[in-house]
Design a protein around this ligand. Structure first.
Ligand code: G6P
Length: 591
């Protein structure tokens, strides 16, 4: 994880890097640091805490060049000492690093025995290796030699005190983009860090290194051959990353979902015809099994997708948790097709599986919010979910966007004409109605905020939304929350029910309506506080939140808004940092 940012050019580099780090904070936010040039010396400022905490130290500071880092601790606890940037022993080189060096202990013993290490990070190894090799080689060669020894993942920026006109950069596995602006060059872990300072950018390939000056840059591969950059234009605008009138990004992103659905329809339909590449459809039609690979919220969206591919296309589909699949490859069918779901397109566990399957030449599709990401660039086919930038760490709109795009894809692969487009328009309207009644979710939040445990129950699709509901609630409210298929309660979890334990049942499916209600009643008989989120046609007057009716296979898109709002309001009542919950990061680039 972690975010890195560098700038060299005519604008004030201190400002550019500080503002850029704020945009990258979703990648980690337990400590922060920046290095910049002042009177041909390098000044380093670090803090344990948020990017904003550096502001007083950077007031009125001006520089042509700076590098910065916002951290999600891997090696070494989050404190000022372990915060980046780190220096080499003679202080000649200064580095920021995103990633993990797996063989750092070995390298330390083999190459750096006389060196002092101040922090507990693996990063100091990199910068000292560069220093060591630079004693006998050019800096370019020293970096290439260092890269050839590193195992793991890295995106690094380095300043050389002897030449403060340029930034050295190199990467493998961790993302790094180089932005080209009128006034200078920006280097960033993602595209939002470039917004405002670059009109064009280059996404670096793995094992690339280069040098950026204010008005030019050079790329090389690991053996020193010059590379031709593939320059693209920056498509993200500053308005996309503006909180607008909302107090929190999460609330804004929850509210964006009705409109988002309409814009997805515009992208994937021409009239009533689905607009998905025929080549992809044909490839999927030929497969004998679809394997969905993802993590977290994206995996839960994948569960809905499984339902669509099986019901609409009759293709057996299995959902895999990426971190499990890496180390225990299941039996693979004769003609498999892989679909990778990832909001960021950078999640290390998912990327690792993708690379593994790519080696075996299995056909693959990535469904992502970031088509220019590492996954987007590696895959054969890529479908954009068009959710717009999602900034809150807890994912909301990307989840529903993935479900919507999956339903459209399944419709295309099935070749069967359905009312999907008008049904999805109905979902958009239903979501708006839920948002207009959001105070009901605040009421539920008030009832659960002081409890130790919360349980979500449901069956089938409703259970899959429960999984996402439990994840959302625990992520941002820190209340222990679990989801169970309602029928499983009596096989163990019901032992956890005591007086006033909140149990939230989601009931939107005709076939399971009655039985889930009975399961809820069983918990209420044992003291639980019951809440029911039900679809209109299946509701009882006393239900807690009666959501509008939509096509039954799309109802999770509507109940999703309810579970998102319950999580949001509960965290709000607890005064938690909703957009940046503790211990989490939005983009998990370590396995
Ligand atoms: C992290 C985030 C989750 C997200 C998961 C997968 O854990 O906090 O919100 O669902 O990563 O991320 P991806 O970008 O692959 O969808």
């Amino acid at each position: 994880m972690c975010g890195i940012l560098g700038y060299v050019g005519l604008d004030n580099a201190v400002d550019v890097v500080h503002k850029g780090l704020e945009k990258l904070e979703y990648r980690g936010y337990d400590s922060v640091g920046i290095a910049y040039q002042q009177n041909m010396k390098v000044v380093i400022q670090k803090e344990k805490g948020r990017v904003i905490d550096l502001a007083p130290l950077l007031k009125n500071k001006n520089s042509n060049i700076a590098i910065g880092h916002t951290r999600w601790a891997t090696h070494g606890e989050p404190n000022k000492l372990n915060a980046h940037p780190h220096c080499s022993n003679t202080n000649r080189f200064i580095i920021v690093h995103n990633g993990i060096i797996e063989n750092y202990q070995k390298l330390k013993v083999e190459y750096l025995s006389g060196y002092d290490f101040i922090s507990q990070t693996d990063t100091e190894i990199i910068v000292n290796l560069v220093e060591l090799f630079s004693l006998t080689m050019s800096i370019n060669e020293a970096i290439r030699k260092t890269m050839s020894l590193l195992e793991g993942s890295y995106a690094c920026l380095i300043l050389d005190k002897k030449n403060l006109n340029c930034i050295y950069f190199f990467k493998d596995k961790s993302p790094l983009l180089l932005g080209i602006g009128k006034n200078g060059i920006t280097l960033s872990s993602d595209i939002t860090g470039l917004v405002g300072y670059a009109e064009q950018y280059v996404a670096l390939e793995d094992k690339t290194f280069g040098i950026a000056y204010a008005n030019r840059f050079y790329f090389y591969d690991i053996i020193g051959l010059k590379l031709e950059p593939n320059i693209k234009s920056v498509q993200v605008s500053s308005s996309e990353i503006d909180k607008k009138t909302f107090t929190h990004y999460m609330l804004k992103e929850i509210h964006e979902q009705p409109l988002m659905i309409r814009s997805i329809l515009q992208k994937y339909f021409i009239g009533d015809e689905v607009n998905i590449p025929l080549k992809l459809i044909n490839k999927m039609r030929k497969c004998d099994k679809i394997n969905i690979v993802a993590c977290g919220t994206s995996m839960y969206a994948g569960m809905m997708a499984k339902y669509y591919f099986e019901k609409l296309c009759s293709i057996p589909t299995e959902v895999f948790c990426a971190s499990e699949l890496i180390y225990s490859t299941p039996l693979i069918s004769k003609r498999p097709f892989f679909i990778f779901y990832s909001q960021s397109g950078e999640t290390a566990d998912v990327l690792a599986v993708m690379k593994k399957m790519k080696k075996q030449k299995f056909p693959m599709l990535c469904i992502t919010n970031n088509t220019e990401s590492s996954m987007g660039r590696l895959t054969d086919f890529c479908l954009d979910i068009y959710a717009g930038k999602e900034i809150a760490v807890a994912s909301t709109k990307a989840y529903t966007a993935m479900i919507v795009v999956s339903s459209i894809l399944a419709r295309a692969v099935s070749g069967v004409r359905t009312n999907l487009k008008s049904n999805l328009k109905g979902v958009s309207l239903a979501m708006e109605k839920v948002l207009n009644n959001k105070e009901i979710c605040l009421g539920i939040a008030k009832d659960i905020v002081n409890e130790k445990d919360v349980f979500y129950i449901g069956r089938g699709m409703d259970y899959w939304v429960c999984l996402e509901g439990a994840l959302k609630l625990k992520e941002i409210s820190y209340i222990h929350t679990e989801a169970f298929p309602s029928g499983e309660l009596k096989h163990g979890p019901i032992a956890l029910i005591h007086k006033d334990t909140p149990v939230i049942a989601i009931i939107t499916q005709e076939g399971t309506n009655r039985i889930t209600r009975s399961n809820l009643t069983e918990t209420i008989s044992r003291g639980a506080k019951g809440f029911v989120i039900s679809s209109k046609g299946l509701s009882l007057p006393e239900d807690t939140f009666i959501i509008p009716n939509v096509a039954h296979y799309l109802s999770p898109l509507v109940s999703a808004i309810v579970i998102q709002l319950i999580a949001f309001y509960t965290a709000l009542l607890k005064n938690n940092d909703i957009d940046k919950p503790k211990n989490l990061a939005k983009c998990v680039t370590v396995e």
